[in-house]
Design a protein around this ligand. Sequence first.
Ligand code: GLU
Length: 592
Amino acid sequence: MRRLIPLALVALLLAPAAPAAAAATATGPTATGYGGAVASVDPTATAAGLKVLREGGNAVDAALAVAATLGVTEPFSSGIGGGGFFVYYDARTGRVSTLDGRETAPRSMGEQAFVDPATGQAMAFQEARVSGLSAGVPGSLATWDEAARRWGTRPLAAALRPAAQVARDGFPVDATFAQQVSDNAAAFAQFDPTARLFLPGGAPPAVGSTLRNPDLAATYDLIARRGTGAFYSGEIGRDIVSTVQHPPVAASPAQSWQYQIRPGGMTLSDLRAYDVRRPAPTKVSYRGYDVYGMATPSSGGSTVGEALNILEKSDLSKLGKTQALHRYLEASALAFADRNRYVGDYTPRPLLDALLSDGFAGERACRIDPAKALAKPVAPGAPDGRYDRHCATTSGGATPDKGLSTTNLTVADKWGNVVEYTLTIEQIGGNAIVVPGRGFLLNNELTDFNFTPTQGTAADPNLPGPGKRPRSSMAPTIVLQHGKPVLALGSPGGSTIITTVLQILVNRLDLGMTLPQAVAAPRASQRNTAAITAEPAFIDSAEGRALTALGHSYTPMAEIGAATAIEFLPHGKLLACAEPVRRGTGSAGTVR
Ligand code: GLU
């Protein structure tokens, strides 16, 4: 999100640092240089990360500064009320590790949690979302703490304190921020603490005004002083629990809301029980590169990985752009069919490995007809280790589309460590409930569960359950070649995250685009639905039109995703890249 940073804030973020010549640059969506790099959606956050790098912090220290700042300046897409997935390449060991900081269902949550007991039907999405019911136990703060302890060189408090200062001093409201409030005005108006913070005087804050969040500043300071126990077992946790159990509903909201606002069942013992998991990353080889991603409960790694394996069966660089894009769309639809059928929090690792096997990809790839788009939804395949049958299928269906929120950051340091981190509170604005006196929104991540079975059988891998984590699409991805990073990338965008990451990889690795071109290129997302969700520029392109002759059709969407990425060029040169246009433009910078 582009925001003009007041000079005083720039001075604060950069002082008392190095001389001007060494000053970090966070100028625009693309930056090339040395000594470390940061890309995020927001210039204040990118500047905070660059400052840490310049002062000798490593990629993890800087990523946590970026994340904590985004919690202030991008409160509708991230923050300590949410969760995310953190992927880390350690230059010393050459290993890629992941942290699963996904929100978790309370122990009281059953399979029917989102079925209205009065009607026996699945709740409307907004009814489920704007409630205490949708809030999972937040994982972001525990993720930050785990990353700082495991790989950082400074305590988490060092990331929280400057971000608290940004919250205290305030930051300028830009058009994207004001629009996000306005899109949520009715939901925000239902809750006194949310309306007080984000609807001053009953309306969205004016573009150019300064938004201050002293409650969040005090919350960050308290955690910096007392540690994450203040959140997971102390006074902040008690406030979270009482907010979930008794949503602070306004007595006379400025706007009406057609749904009942339901409480949730989260308890302090659910918060105390939260743990950050450390699953092995997913890994596939793609044309000589090793592509590492996020394992379950995210479907990011498995779905991007399966689609790449399918695509590797043909040489896209020799096919011509229309045919290459046709295969990209078909591979994505096939991989989504398998994701929907098999991937959830409890997918056994051998099944995940089978989904990522070359044998299974071969069986799936044989379904692609170069002359004609498959009828969608395609059925899932059978990842059973017996891949001699021709194009085996079972039954299953597509999953519906949901909203687009979340944020992504990419950081590299001068030692060669890399962080790729996607974090979220699910919908833009989460569940719309600010914890009173604490200054942050709660997530609605539990609506990422399927409300009722979607697969034509009771065996849906993504139904709610006690202590279960909802399936995600977040796909923080790090690409190595001969053990060294070549590319790191990720994006927000609900289930389009998967296709955005996949399309950028194909653009960069197969179609001869530079990284900025690969990120800027018009996007199309085929998630096993009848029509492809696509940006107008894709639909109107020569290839977009040619694809309709193969039977593809489109549902337009103004914009898809908001990627950030870093490419590792020869001799330590870094190319940091954010969106040139989408989400009001992103912010990339290098240390030198
Ligand atoms: N909740 C989504 C997921 O985990 C991300 C939210 C979004 O980007 O829209 O996949």
